[in-house]
Design a binder for this molecule. Structure first.
Ligand code: NAD
Length: 283
């Protein structure tokens, strides 16, 4: 299936810039929305770095004009500057229901024919879309780093029609990725399972079952995980995992209650790769 000619990405941070990257290299025209002029400049740098990095690693077709792609991308402040004929809007702003509701409400009005998608990693898509026209919002959960990750998890509130799910699946395939379709249940499929294993690994560490290295090596060599559960927690960010675990404990019960060791590390600022120290030490 052909991608929509024009795609809007709201939020040009870690995820938004690389979501813009994959739509651009697949041939769509992209408008990125940011909050102010400083963030516009930062989003442009992030997009340029993402594309240039891919070109340097030989991941883009020979002769791809990185400067041309960046130059052709509008980066604007405010959803009211999206082209009205935008057919897909992907929201990738911080993980706050009220902010996402406000942005998607404005996008629905500005782009009346657009499919609306949220890149939330844990919030209820139904709650985010509460005030939107019924059946217009679904979750399009991209993974980090977007150009390298092959999965997009589509989160489907019950009122979203089959036709829309299949259209978006076609767009995911046009990006060279694979979609899975999951109900709008807390943590969806990936966050719920990933966090469950990560929390159990932390509890095992607390109980002295094995060392950090041995738990991670066990899963890498024994179960062919590309990274171990503790290393993955470091990569995602201990604070991010703690917030998701708290949300899942509230929604699904005690089995997701964060272990004390996770709370202690976050309180000490040991947030994983981004702070230099988590379960592993990072240079
Ligand atoms: P981020 O903080 O890197 O980027 C968010 C961007 O949104 C920032 O550039 C910020 O300036 C911008 N923004 C804030 N308010 C805005 C507004 N009113 N209008 C336009 N832009 C605004 O965050 P991120 O890591 O890219 O996460 C974005 C979303 O993606 C979150 O919902 C997160 O849960 C989800 N997610 C993140 C990851 C990950 O690994 N980082 C993976 C999957 C999903």
């Amino acid at each position: 299936m052909e991608l929509p000619a024009h795609v809007g990405v709201v939020g040009g941070g870690t995820m938004g810039a690389s979501i813009a990257h994959v739509f651009l290299t697949a041939g769509a025209t992209v408008t990125v929305v940011e909050s102010d002029d400083d963030r516009v400049a930062a989003a442009r740098r992030a997009l340029e770095q993402s594309l240039q990095g891919a070109a340097d690693r030989g991941k883009l077709p020979e002769g791809t004009d990185v400067d041309g792609l960046v130059g052709a991308t509008s980066i604007v402040t405010g959803v009211e500057h999206l082209p009205p004929d935008t057919r897909l809007v992907v929201e990738a702003v911080p993980e706050r229901v009220d902010l996402k509701q406000q942005i998607l409400g404005a996008a629905a009005q500005r782009c009346p024919d657009a499919v609306l998608a949220t890149n939330t990693s844990s919030l209820s898509v139904g709650a985010i879309g509460r005030d939107l026209p019924s059946g217009r919002l679904l979750g399009m959960h991209f993974f980090n780093p977007v150009p390298a990750q092959r999965l997009v998890e589509l989160i489907r509130p019950p009122e979203v029609p089959d036709e829309l799910v299949e259209r978006v699946r076609g767009w995911v395939e046009a990006l060279g990725k694979t979609a899975i379709v999951v109900d709008d249940a807390p943590g969806f499929a990936t966050s719920r399972l990933g966090v469950a294993v990560g929390l159990e690994a932390i509890r095992m560490l607390e109980e002295g079952v094995a060392s950090v290295e041995d738990i991670d090596t066990g899963m890498k060599l024994g179960y062919r995980w590309p990274v171990g559960p503790l290393e993955l927690t470091d990569i995602v960010g201990l604070d991010v995992r703690l917030a998701i675990a708290e949300h899942l404990a509230q929604e699904l019960g005690e089995r997701f209650t964060p272990p004390q060791l996770l709370r202690d590390k976050v309180a000490r600022g040991e947030l994983g790769r981004k702070s230099g120290q988590g379960f592993h030490h990072w240079e």
